[in-house]
Design a protein around this ligand. Structure first.
Ligand code: SF4
Ligand code: SF4
Length: 313
């Protein structure tokens, strides 16, 4: 075993812990052969709906060496976002837990950059790029390969210790490191997520028809929400957590310790009545730093109106 690679790998994992990451695993930067076939057939089936950007950078998505010149390793990291407080769903519309607080892209990217700066102080300069759901990186595939968890039937990455409510991030770098091994799949005969999905979007084991998914309809879709979602949205106005909430592994979720992930006060106090009165001005104030800004005011308004019409209110 290369002793420098082993020392660096160990150092990176202890830094990841210090910076609040729950798990850290390493893979060799290589072509993702198995995933190439899955991605191709997912796109062929048009399961990406209007997410046309998924068709771009096909080769780069599958080979990090095309994305970061000279890269040798992919470091996968997970960061818990399970909220400290639940937002009441009584007389309220629902929002995915990951969007309760500040935008994770910014929070985690900052943490990653600080972590890399500390690493460079200790081991010297190295080439790298950090990614948080922001570039063509197949995050779940790398996290699975690095042994952080397995991909569940709901297509989320799941760990035995803490379920699936965490963000994934990567450092792709030119350091030679010691790769970890994949873990085993622990879904077994469970089908809870498939049975609970109100739109039948989980078409088979690990395959989501994005165009049927509430998350897609409320966030990614730019046009009108199709009629087939009527009466099936279960009051979700941004995202959907159903297939994660029912997953038995999420009974091990514990609240995150990140102060910037404290739920937005507006979200805690608003009820359906307030959401219906939402204005552009208020939207900008509430969601200034939130991932909800992705759907823009018009998108959130459309979602709320669709929910109102569906329930005949
Ligand atoms: S996020 Fe919701 S709609 Fe999408 S697959 Fe999961 S349960 Fe179904
Ligand atoms: S609900 Fe069951 S089948 Fe679905 S991801 Fe969780 S363990 Fe796997």
């Amino acid at each position: 075993m290369n002793s420098i690679a082993a020392t660096y790998s160990q150092l990176i994992k202890s830094k990841a812990k210090k910076f609040g990451f729950q798990d850290c695993g390493i893979s060799k930067a290589d072509f993702l052969e198995e995933d190439a076939q899955h991605l191709e057939s997912w796109l062929k089936n048009n399961f990406h709906g209007e997410m046309k950007y998924m068709e771009n950078y096909f080769d780069k998505r599958l080979d990090p060496r095309l994305l970061v010149e000279g890269s040798q390793s992919v470091i996968s990291l997970s960061y818990n976002y399970f909220p400290k407080e639940k937002i009441s769903t009584l007389e309220n519309y629902k929002i995915s837990k990951y969007a309760y607080a500040e935008d994770y892209h910014e929070v985690i990217k900052e943490i990653l950059c600080e972590m890399v700066a500390e690493l460079q102080e200790e081991i010297g300069d190295f080439g790298f790029r950090v990614f948080v759901d922001s570039a063509p990186v197949l995050e779940r595939s790398w996290a699975r390969k690095s042994g952080i968890g397995w991909v569940g039937k709901n297509a989320n990455l799941i760990t035995k210790q803490s379920g699936s409510f965490y963000f994934l991030a990567e450092i792709i770098c030119d350091l030679e490191l010691i790769p970890d091994h994949e873990t085993t799949d622990h879904c077994g005969t469970c089908r809870k997520c498939i049975e609970a999905c109100p739109t039948d979007a989980i078409v088979s084991d690990k395959i989501i028809d994005g165009s049927k998914c509430i998350s897609y309809a409320t966030i990614e879709l730019k046009n009108e929400i199709p009629e087939h979602f009527k009466n099936k949205m279960e009051d979700w106005m941004f995202g959907c957590d159903i297939c994660q909430d029912v997953c038995p592994w999420n009974r091990f979720s514990s609240p995150n310790l990140q102060s910037r992930f404290t739920p937005n006060a507006f979200l805690k106090n608003f009820k359906k009545g307030e959401w219906k009165e939402l204005t552009q001005e208020l939207f900008s104030e509430i969601f200034k730093k939130s991932p909800v800004k992705r759907t823009k005011f018009a998108g959130l308004k459309r979602n709320i109106e669709f929910l109102e019409q569906s329930s005949g209110q």
